[in-house]
Design a protein around this ligand. Sequence first.
Ligand SMILES: [Zn+2]
Length: 439
Amino acid sequence: MRTLDLIACLTPALLSVACAGDIQSGDHESAQPLHASAERVLAFVGGQWFTGTAFEERTAFAVDGVLTFMQPARVDSTIHLAGGYVVPPFGDAHNHNVEHSSRIMATIEQYLRDGVFYVKNPNNLPRTRHPLDGTINVPTSMDVAFANGGLTAPDGHPIPLVRRNIERGIWTEVDGEGAFYFVVDEEEDLDRIWLRVLEDRPDFLKTYLLYSEDYARRVDDPAFFGWKGLDPTLLPEIVRRAHDAGLRVSTHVETATDFHHALVAGVDEIAHMPGFRGNAQVQLPDPSIFEISEADARMASHLGTVVVTTVGGVRGMDPRGPDGSLRRQFDRLHTRNLRLLSEHSVRLALGSDDYGDTSVGEAMYLHSLGVFDNLAMLKLWSEATPQAIFPERALGCLQEGCEASFLVLRGDPLADFGHVRDIVLRVKQGQILSSPVSE
Ligand SMILES: [Zn+2]
């Protein structure tokens, strides 16, 4: 049995060399961005473990990738955590940037470095997903759930994006209808597309509502190209079929009315807070159309519907710059809606929808609004979000039998939330990850 001492690792540059580097195995696939140990039973001593409400000093073991607090018969290595603070890894419940591209290895590195191990991609091109098999969704890498193509109206969101990519020569026509999106104009269309939807084996189903209060006017008006979504009266039938197929349904919303329609249709998740990006001009001339009603907050709580935030996009607007007053309007709207949902104990998940980032920026923006204290933020990012992404798995927890996946932080995130950025050790399903890049 060998002993590793995390005190030596507290100099971040040493992380890969002095610590996890010592116990690398040589037989991992080169496609995997990080190296990991192959030892089956690890003991972690001297760490402060997050209990869901506070930190407690405990000795924990990873046995075949599962967390236990009971002393196993044999221990391969003991890792001293030097008083570090152990939390579950973070999640991003809305990001489209995990797809096959020349940047993918750097993207995965970034997620693991940020401690964001779980991602939900709520609309992707199926052909950019399958080349990632073996590179993601393995113990040494991040785990991602994919929606594949979403269901939308003719000329609805996100069809303009597809048109642009075809014009630029990045995609071809076969990447449009039937791949990146499915057009549903009436119920009969569901019979036409359904087998094709299931054939690509989505992990969940993505649907689009945009200004559904205005559906009848927008449906045939080309002026609203990309700013329309499904007929809201079709959504309950889509949810019924998806649930029959064992798929959870996530619905894109823009307005408070979309939020309402998604709830009454019985969707499992609402992707975005109403008003996350304002109107088509990124303005908020009438914020009231984005204000969630008290009755809907109560209904979301009652139904257990998950609401994914994606509000941090506004942090590009400098509150002291020319966009200052607009930024304050967005901050006020998001604060109001988040406070209402949190008062009604609605299930929230943190999602960024930020192609250039992981969910770190979203977490910092949410923290800055002051709606959630450090404990609520930690629970949202490390418990509720991973559980919303992989509801069937024992993750987002540090109890007996949970997956042995966690981050060790140098300082107490309940005292200073900034410590979530100071990760000294990453463990995924019982494997110590060591990043080859300097931190
Ligand atoms: Zn999105």
